[in-house]
Design a protein around this ligand. Structure first.
Ligand SMILES: NC(=O)c1ccc[n+]([C@@H]2O[C@H](COP(=O)([O-])OP(=O)(O)OC[C@H]3O[C@@H](n4cnc5c(N)ncnc54)[C@H](O)[C@@H]3O)[C@@H](O)[C@H]2O)c1
Length: 304
């Protein structure tokens, strides 16, 4: 990359839910983007999916012209300044892909993984040049959720971190530097600490699933987008926070593994939206209404 905000050549590997959205963000920021996928059908539809998103968001429709689908991996990545992988969440698939990428990219290219939870260390440990590899964890949908966690491993160079932070900031994202490659990074550790207690409340018969969600949405959920937990702790006082923790922490869920209640749901085929029942029943109409509600909310947040 000539300079951090200059136009860069971006390659996205994997044109699924996340990959096409990541390509869209970089194209909207003015970068030239090549995108590839091992399933040609997914590549064929990528431009129309991006065009539909841009129309829906009222963004520059011409940005889709900066996204070039490439069937061939080498063609997609050989000129790239920055390569981001968004293929299936499978360690062996990602390790194999990174080994292939290393043989095909420029010496100074940065290699990033968008894995949700797999440690970056495990994905890149067999690379020859590990200092240019890191994680960039986007959130769905990539074009509406601002955060990108930039995860460094023990090998990542400070230059690779700095260039990646600058690239994402210039593209309108909010990069957050994760200084240690821990499972779940920052966002998913926080999110799943909450989900563990949410499931436990239902499992212990303290309330039903709908009540858990109603309580979150009608209370601290209202504030969360503008008031982080540690700002909140300072606001109420660290002394009060300590007093609350002395009473509450011994009582809340602390089992290390997944809840038996969750395991039973999965064993019974109650898989959520995809089977019509999970913690609650989900008709096709309920599912569509929830998806529409979330998109409306995220668009309204963007417009603020
Ligand atoms: N879906 C989310 O909310 C979300 C959020 C953050 C991160 N992620 C992570 O992003 C990655 C992609 O997730 P997704 O939801 O977009 O999945 P997806 O299934 O929608 O897309 C994955 C794409 O990768 C392609 N692919 C698989 N192996 C490939 C290979 N070797 N080479 C090229 N293409 C290949 C598939 O054909 C598919 O089009 C995963 O690691 C996932 O955990 C997902």
């Amino acid at each position: 990359m000539a300079s951090d905000s200059a136009k860069a050549r971006i390659a996205v590997v994997g044109a699924g839910l996340m990959g096409h959205g990541i390509a869209q963000v970089f194209a909207l920021a003015g970068h030239e983007v090549k995108i590839t996928d091992s399933v040609v059908r997914n590549l064929d539809s990528v431009s129309s999916r991006i065009a539909a998103n841009l129309r829906d968001l009222g963004e520059d429709a011409g940005a889709v012209e900066r996204v070039s689908p490439c069937v061939d991996l080498t063609e997609a990545v050989r000129d790239a300044d920055f390569v981001v992988e968004a293929v299936s969440e499978n360690l062996a698939v990602k390790q194999k892909l990174f080994a292939e990428l290393e043989l095909r990219v420029r010496r100074d290219a940065i290699l990033a993984s968008n894995t949700s939870v797999i440690p970056i260390t495990a994905i890149v440990q067999d690379l020859i040049r590990k200092e240019r590899a890191l994680g960039t964890h986007w959130w769905n949908p990539p074009f509406l959720v601002p955060l990108v966690e930039v995860i460094e491993t023990q090998w990542t160079s400070p230059q690779a971190v700095a260039r990646t932070m600058a690239l994402h900031k210039a593209a309108g994202k909010m990069p957050a530097h994760v200084k240690k490659d821990v499972p779940g990074f920052i966002g998913n550790r926080l999110q799943h600490a909450l989900w563990r207690e949410a499931i436990s409340l239902v499992e212990r018969g303290i309330c039903d699933a709908r009540t858990v969600d109603d309580v979150v949405k009608a209370s601290f959920g209202r504030r969360l987008a503008v008031l982080g937990p540690l700002e909140n702790a300072d606001q109420v006082g660290t002394d009060l926070t300590l007093a609350i923790h002395e009473v509450v922490l011994p009582a809340i869920e602390s089992r290390p593994g997944p809840s038996p209640y969750l395991q039973a749901l999965v064993a019974d085929g109650k898989l959520g939206f995809k089977s019509g029942q999970g913690f609650q029943m989900w008709s096709a109409e309920d599912q569509a209404a929830l998806r529409a509600r979330v998109m409306r909310h995220l668009k309204a947040m963007r417009d603020r």
